[in-house]
Design a protein around this ligand. Structure first.
Ligand SMILES: Cc1cc2nc3c(=O)[nH]c(=O)nc-3n(C[C@H](O)[C@H](O)[C@H](O)COP(=O)(O)OP(=O)(O)OC[C@H]3O[C@@H](n4cnc5c(N)ncnc54)[C@H](O)[C@@H]3O)c2cc1C
Length: 401
């Protein structure tokens, strides 16, 4: 009882594990409360303050832009680094028929916006360090988390133990903390990798994004802000990755140029190629007593539908609103009942997208005749059945969620 009174008298404290984009966003969302926020990150301060380019160009939805604006983070991104996507086209095999999305249909300047992942991380970090109630402990890993009725405890690699009312894990799709808390997850290894790089090309991209589902591999080209420059995402079976990673530059350039049938003229590699293993994750629970999962630790998506960080932002926003509701009503921010509303809202928002994305990947990596026919039919339904197209467009852009 005495312990409960002590905890009750204590200033509200939240520990966030992981200063990735999800963890930093939550810290910024809670910065306007009087909660003491501690972020634990295993990487160094140097890495956090100026993260290096990692090949990822993140397609942000309208909702994500709005959340980043509200957090004061959007204005930290130079307009020269933001690329509006005006149209998107999905193609199948060698056919020129495309499922087509156009910004005019949503009466917006863009379907969404492309920003490099390292720049989002940098902007979030720069915003977080201006907040007096956010403390970032870098160069320290969380090695153990446990919670009881009154408190949550986190043990760090530097032997320190810290206490809070609530621990939030944003420690990646392979979240060691999720495992530590005994939360199981649906983990789907696609047995494929994404190879990403930037390429310069002779012809203009006109701010159109293409997703080409070839047989054997998927190729996406995303229009970047720099003139005649695009991000290339190749999704291929894991066993062929070394072929493309080790290919010399000239061979790679002509391979990609030919893959696009010289639509963009000659294409030239601008930097190194980055490789990501593709694993989808959906945690069986997003919360436990005094504990919550956000970002990829809760839902790790295949990048084909570009939902990963968008969902991460949406989830942390839902959780922060729930925590603020608890504060306003004098409730304990770490109680399971407080967290369960976050869980049910975020599961409702993310489960259909997770399952839908996995179904798309399954269909477009299956090269059987039936799958090939189904793929063509799906593109035509997507184009011609207006309610279906509207739904896809809404999910893609998050203009009215
Ligand atoms: C090729 C590719 C393209 C993508 N494109 C898009 C896109 O277009 N749109 C989109 O919305 N999403 C996209 N994504 C997904 C997006 O990149 C992720 O969803 C997002 O980066 C996840 O952020 P996070 O903060 O949850 O996790 P992470 O970025 O993985 O960050 C986790 C952090 O936790 C730290 N950490 C881990 N363990 C510990 C520990 N024990 N102690 C302390 N710190 C720890 C790590 O060091 C790291 O900094 C893409 C992903 C890939 C791979």
């Amino acid at each position: 009882m005495l312990l409960l009174l002590l905890i009750k008298g204590m200033k509200n404290k939240v520990i966030i594990i992981g200063a990735g984009p999800a963890g930093l966003s939550l810290a910024c969302s809670l910065a306007d409360t009087d909660i003491e926020i501690t972020i634990i990150e295993k990487k160094s301060t140097k890495h956090l303050s100026s993260p290096s380019y990692d090949g990822r160009e993140i397609a942000l939805t309208h909702l994500s832009k709005k959340i980043l604006e509200e957090l004061g983070v959007w204005k930290r991104l130079s307009s020269k680094t933001i690329s509006p996507i005006k149209e998107a086209k999905v193609l199948d095999g060698n056919s020129s028929y495309a499922l087509h999305f156009d910004r005019h249909k949503i009466h917006k300047k863009a379907l969404g916006y492309l920003v490099s992942n390292h720049l989002i991380r940098k902007a979030l970090y720069k915003e977080a360090i201006t907040k007096p109630n956010i403390k970032i402990i870098s160069d320290a890993s969380v090695v153990n988390v446990n919670t009881d009725e009154y408190s949550a405890f986190v043990r760090l690699s530097n032997k320190k133990k810290i206490q809070a009312h609530l621990v939030v894990a944003a420690d990646s799709r392979f979240s060691p903390t999720r495992q530590d808390m005994g939360i199981s997850a649906d983990i789907h290894d696609f047995k494929r990798v994404a190879i990403v790089c930037r390429m310069k090309h002779q012809k203009q991209h006109c701010n159109i994004a293409y997703e080409c589902f070839h047989y054997g591999e998927t190729l996406a080209i995303l229009p970047l802000a720099q003139k005649n420059t695009s991000s290339i995402i190749m999704t291929i079976p894991i066993e062929t990755s070394s072929l493309f990673m080790d290919m010399n530059t000239e061979e790679f350039n002509s391979f990609i140029t030919n893959k696009f049938n010289s639509k963009f003229g000659n294409m030239t590699l601008l930097n190194k190629r980055y490789q990501y293993s593709l694993v989808g994750v959906f945690a069986d629970q997003f919360v436990a007593n005094r504990f919550a999962l956000i970002g990829d630790a809760a839902v790790g998506m295949h990048p084909v539908t570009a939902h990963g960080f968008n969902l991460g932002l949406r989830g942390q926003n839902t959780l922060s609103l729930q925590i603020k509701f608890a504060l306003e009503h004098g409730l304990d921010i770490g109680f399971l009942q407080t967290l369960e509303t976050y869980q049910s809202k975020h599961r409702r928002a993310s489960r259909p997208l997770y399952l839908g994305t996995n179904a798309i990947v399954k269909l477009y990596t299956d090269d059987s005749l039936l799958a090939k026919i189904t793929r063509k039919i799906m593109l035509r339904i997507g184009n011609n059945f207006i309610p279906a197209k509207k739904k896809i467009l809404n999910q893609l852009t998050e203009i009215s969620v």
